[in-house]
Design a protein around this ligand. Structure first.
Ligand code: DGJ
Length: 720
């Protein structure tokens, strides 16, 4: 049993393999958070109110018990909690004050499916607590769901709001997760960035007040990632308490952390209020996206591994092929300069070097010769492919490889047939200029007519074309967010409905084109989130393929997401990587995730082609531990001159260790130790040919950085 209700104490206890979450219904009405952390029977589980002046109370006889100070499971706007709240609903009187109190519970096997949204899949081990709450003044109801993933130490939370008020109500804020922790001595880890500089690691002490990361861009974005963690100030890769949080959604979000007057910490994950409102007619309900949290008593690595297993077991779609294909993507080598004869050269080179798939990137459709025109015109370009796509793809596949294609369904160039026919299909605000970005506008994906059109055009264009793979891109953020399709009172829903439309179309692609794989992308890793991972097997990690920068991006991505989600390409040696040493370095960096190439292989020298061929053969040996193994980070490249990490299988029979030097500093010394090794076994390193004892690996060896730049080194230890 993961969830227990003690009706005498009015106490809910939720347990995973290593963690415990406790909430009480105090005074029969108030859902109060008591504990979240490791299972520990010596901890006293009791909320003790403390009297704070200025804190409003319910009862003259118990003035210390105040919504402004108690650790609330669902803090409500305008009702005595002056911290950031989770729920704000405008009622028929025009005010937004609400207060939800306990109304019952249901504990059941499985979970609630979230209509139109991505959510974690649940098996028979899963249990869910439905906490039923009611606002007795408006008669609106809230149901908070806690779904438990015991093996991965993950608990998820989502909320359903029901309007039974007899009138319209407008949800102005609905956060999916709220956790009050009675401490403030934490650091917060978050990931900031931008295009081609995604997911920079930052770690700062919490301060009194609010610290938040967010997106107002319509996509989760490269600018902040929805993942955050709070941890002990001295927590490191292997020690200390760490709480990790994430959001199963790809649009606007708000991760809010507030330290209050009592020095307690409130963490909230959800949609936020700035770009969201939702009109609920009487009798209607609204379901929030799902948020997830995990706890590790053993440092940052354990938090990451909890999330990695959770994502692999409950978020990612099944792998469509026996082996993850090593792709050759045309973008960095060709940009828009593609046609049948050039692509056939790529297909032959792809097969010759041992890659599994050619992915034809942007430029194959409509009048798309650069990024200023053609986007939205999803029909084949007969000047580039004279016999049509189907015949061309058949010729590519005659080389014994698979074939993938680039699409960007959510966008349109004003210089396109689609825009000329349907200017009203774009997000726009009456009387205001719609700003351009990369010469493009954003389609109103919340308009069902747009979604139906896209389903139809892609079905027709790809009918009979034997595709194995889509690269689904998204290359601008939303401004002037208004929907011509929605009435004025629903304009606050446009950005959220947009995401529902994107998910519907992704779902359609999966059903209409079964056995294909989707790689998602937003100018690189601009939608690197759990929502996209529900549909796409991997994500184009970044447009930045410079290996030192990539090493840092990969380190931070791995904090929250498994290696199998990172699409890692060795990029064009003709432009930037002509020496074999550079090629080795790029390859060893790309081995952090799913290997691919983005080089001009048809023009590559024999030496380069032969090297690539051998690299792919070696990767085939490592790929299981990289894509399905456990990840251990040893050094953080944002804090050191190296990144060092290893992947290992469940029995630790195989250990793939990498050190990537990122700063080119001479003579820095580090200790590299492999704590998972069996002390009594011997390990053969297949790369150097040396044998080590397990004890030696655990004790570790000294590593000195090198004069040579770039420099990286790998070891592949196999237990004897
Ligand atoms: C942005 C992506 O990140 C690139 O890999 C490439 O697909 C271009 N878009 C194509 O326009």
């Amino acid at each position: 049993m993961s969830i227990n209700y003690n009706s005498e104490l009015k106490r809910f206890t939720i347990e995973t393999k290593n963690t415990r979450y406790v909430l009480d219904i105090v005074k029969g009405k108030y859902p109060i958070h008591i504990y979240y952390g490791q299972k520990n029977d010596s901890i006293e589980l009791k909320y003790k109110p403390f009297l704070y002046s200025f804190a409003p109370y319910f009862d003259e006889e118990d003035q210390a018990f105040s919504p402004d100070t108690y650790p609330s499971e669902f803090p409500c706007f305008g009702s005595g909690d002056f911290r950031e709240t989770s729920i704000k609903i405008k009622n028929k009187n025009g005010d937004s004050v609400c207060f939800f109190e306990y109304d019952g519970n249901r504990i059941f096997k499985g979970r609630i499916n979230l209509p139109g949204l991505p959510f974690a899949s649940a098996d028979d081990n899963t249990e869910t607590l439905e906490l039923q709450l009611i606002d007795t003044v408006t008669n609106c109801k809230a149901k908070i769901y806690y779904t438990v993933f015991p093996e991965e130490d993950v608990i998820s939370r989502y909320v359903i709001i029901e309007n039974h008020s007899g009138r319209d109500a407008v949800i102005e804020k609905c956060m999916s997760l709220c956790l009050d922790i009675p401490r403030c001595d934490f650091d917060m880890i978050s990931l900031y960035g931008g295009h081609a500089q995604e997911r920079n690691y930052q770690r700062n002490p919490l301060m009194h007040g609010i610290q938040s990361v967010y997106s107002r861009r319509g996509a989760s974005s490269a600018h902040f990632n929805p993942f955050i963690a709070i941890c002990d100030k001295d927590a490191n890769e292997i020690k200390g308490e760490v709480y990790g949080f994430n959001f199963v959604f790809s649009g606007n979000f708000l991760d809010e952390v507030e330290v209050d007057q009592q020095s307690t910490t409130r963490v909230q994950i959800g949609l936020g209020s700035e770009n969201f409102s939702w009109l609920l007619h009487d009798g209607e309900s609204f379901t929030s996206p799902e948020a997830v949290m995990t706890y590790s008593a053993d440092g940052i690595n354990k938090m990451s591994r909890n999330f990695h297993s959770f994502i692999r077991n409950h978020i990612l779609p099944p792998e469509p092929f026996d082996k993850r294909p090593v792709v050759l993507n045309t973008w960095e080598a060709c940009f828009f300069d593609i046609d049948e004869s050039e692509m056939m050269r790529f297909a032959r080179a792809a097969a010759e070097c041992g890659t599994d798939m050619l992915v034809m990137d942007d430029g194959w459709f409509g009048a798309r010769n650069d990024d200023s025109a053609g986007l939205g015109d999803w029909y084949e370009n007969k000047n580039k492919f004279k016999d049509g796509l189907a015949a061309f793809v058949a010729k590519v596949k005659a080389n014994g490889i698979k074939f993938g294609i680039w699409v960007e369904p959510e966008m349109v160039n004003p210089n396109s047939d689609l825009y000329r026919a349907h200017p009203d299909w774009c997000l726009q605000v009456k009387g205001r200029t719609s700003l351009l970005s990369r010469h493009q506008l954003v389609l109103d994906m919340g308009n069902p007519e747009v979604i139906e059109y896209l389903k139809d055009i892609f079905s027709k264009t790809f009918n009979g074309v034997k595709l194995d793979y889509f690269k689904w891109d998204m290359n601008r953020h939303m401004s002037e967010v208004g929907s011509p399709y929605l009435p004025p009172e629903r304009q606050g829903e446009a950005a959220y409905r947009y995401m529902l439309g994107v998910y519907e179309l992704l779902d359609f692609f999966k059903k209409r084109f079964p056995n294909t794989m989707i790689e998602t992308c937003s100018g690189g890793g601009g939608r690197y989130d759990l929502g996209m991972m529900k549909y796409g097997t991997m994500i184009w990690t970044s447009d930045n393929t410079f290996p030192k920068a990539r090493t840092k991006i990969q380190y931070s991505s791995l904090l929250a997401y498994p290696a199998s989600t990172m699409s890692c390409h060795v990029s064009n040696p003709e432009n930037v990587c002509s020496s074999p040493a550079e090629l080795k370095f790029r390859y060893e960096v790309a081995l952090g995730g799913a290997l691919g190439y983005e080089m001009h292989l048809p023009n590559a020298s024999k030496e380069i082609s032969d090297t690539v061929k051998q690299q792919i053969i070696n990767y085939r040996e490592y790929e299981d531990v990289i894509l399905r193994g456990d990840y251990y980070s040893l050094y953080n490249p944002f804090e050191c001159d190296i990144s060092a990490y290893y992947y290992t299988d469940a029995n630790h029979d195989k250990i793939l260790l990498s050190v990537i030097e990122v700063h080119g500093m001479r003579e820095r010394k580090y200790k590299i130790s492999v704590s998972v090794a069996d002390p009594n076994a011997k390990y053969y390193d297949k790369i150097s040919g040396k044998t080590y004892t397990g004890r030696e690996l655990i004790y570790g060896f000294d590593y000195r950085t090198h004069d040579a730049d770039p420099y990286s080194q790998m070891w592949y230890f196999v237990k004897q």
